[in-house]
Design a protein around this ligand. Structure first.
Ligand SMILES: [Zn+2]
Length: 254
């Protein structure tokens, strides 16, 4: 399988509009971070997790030409605001299969009513096939099994996903032991790590490294990174040898 990091930045992306912060003017391409998203291709399925405001640019850069499933972690705008740009996929494939918690589907149907409604549709508006994700219920995308992982983003429930030996978790602050047990000893773990300072709804570096030590993946990659975390190169030097800072357009084959 192949993992393509479409975006690795926190909600505002890097550079932040109007920011004079040194990381925002870095010339290292790894310090340019679009909103967080990942594209997973298995033997038979093309799966995109989250669809933030940079979705169009991410699809063009990665040359993703087909989406068999669009999985959502939660409803926050940095993970959902690009949904209208599924239109070119809809024109090619028909209604796009969308997988999310029922709460997230309801939220999206309110914000993107013209996509979710079935009557009096505006010509050219995209359509989706909705699939409710329920914890403890793995589901199939073609022949690829996807296992939901339940966690909390402050008080908000979020889903991460395990696909074979790959685990993607973002916007996590707390996670129960039973959920950690589902992902123990995976090969590649992606986990959110906002910055060094603590945050009310995101792992900071200390919490992310502690979590990685519990899961014991072969390799871990940090994502959902804020500009205040520092330069890519500097963060990398602070990490254990099996932990890496993800960056946009990084590709892992496993
Ligand atoms: Zn987020």
């Amino acid at each position: 399988m192949k993992i393509y990091f479409l975006g690795t930045g926190t909600s505002q992306g890097i550079p932040v509009i109007g920011s004079k912060h040194s990381v925002c003017s870095s010339t290292d391409s790894r310090d340019k971070r679009l909103r967080v998203s990942v594209w997973v291709t298995t033997e038979d399925a093309s799966i995109v997790i989250d669809c933030g405001p940079d979705f169009r640019q991410q699809m063009l850069t990665s040359k993703c030409e087909r989406i068999d499933a669009l999985l959502f972690t939660h409803e926050h705008a940095d993970h959902t605001a690009g949904l209208d740009d599924i239109r070119p996929f809809y024109f090619q494939q028909g209604a796009i299969p969308v997988y999310a918690h029922q709460r997230v589907l309801t939220n999206l149907a309110k914000r993107f009513d013209y996509i979710f409604e079935n009557e009096n549709k505006y010509p050219g508006a995209p359509s989706v096939h909705t699939h409710e994700v329920v914890n403890q219920h793995a589901f199939l995308v073609k022949n690829t099994t996807v296992v939901p992982i339940n966690a909390l983003h402050g008080n908000l429930q979020v889903f991460g996903y395990r696909i074979q030996d790959f685990v993607y978790l973002t916007d996590v602050k707390t996670i129960e032991d039973a959920e950690i047990a589902k992902i123990k000893n995976c090969k590649v773990l992606v986990i959110n790590c906002l910055r060094e300072e603590p945050h009310a709804t995101h792992f900071n570096l200390e919490e992310a490294l502690h979590f990685i030590s519990l899961v014991q993946p072969k390799e871990a990659y940090l994502t959902h990174i804020s500009h205040v975390f520092g330069f890519h190169e500097e963060i990398q030097q602070k990490l254990p040898k099996n932990v890496f800072v993800a960056h946009d357009n990084l590709v892992i084959t496993m």
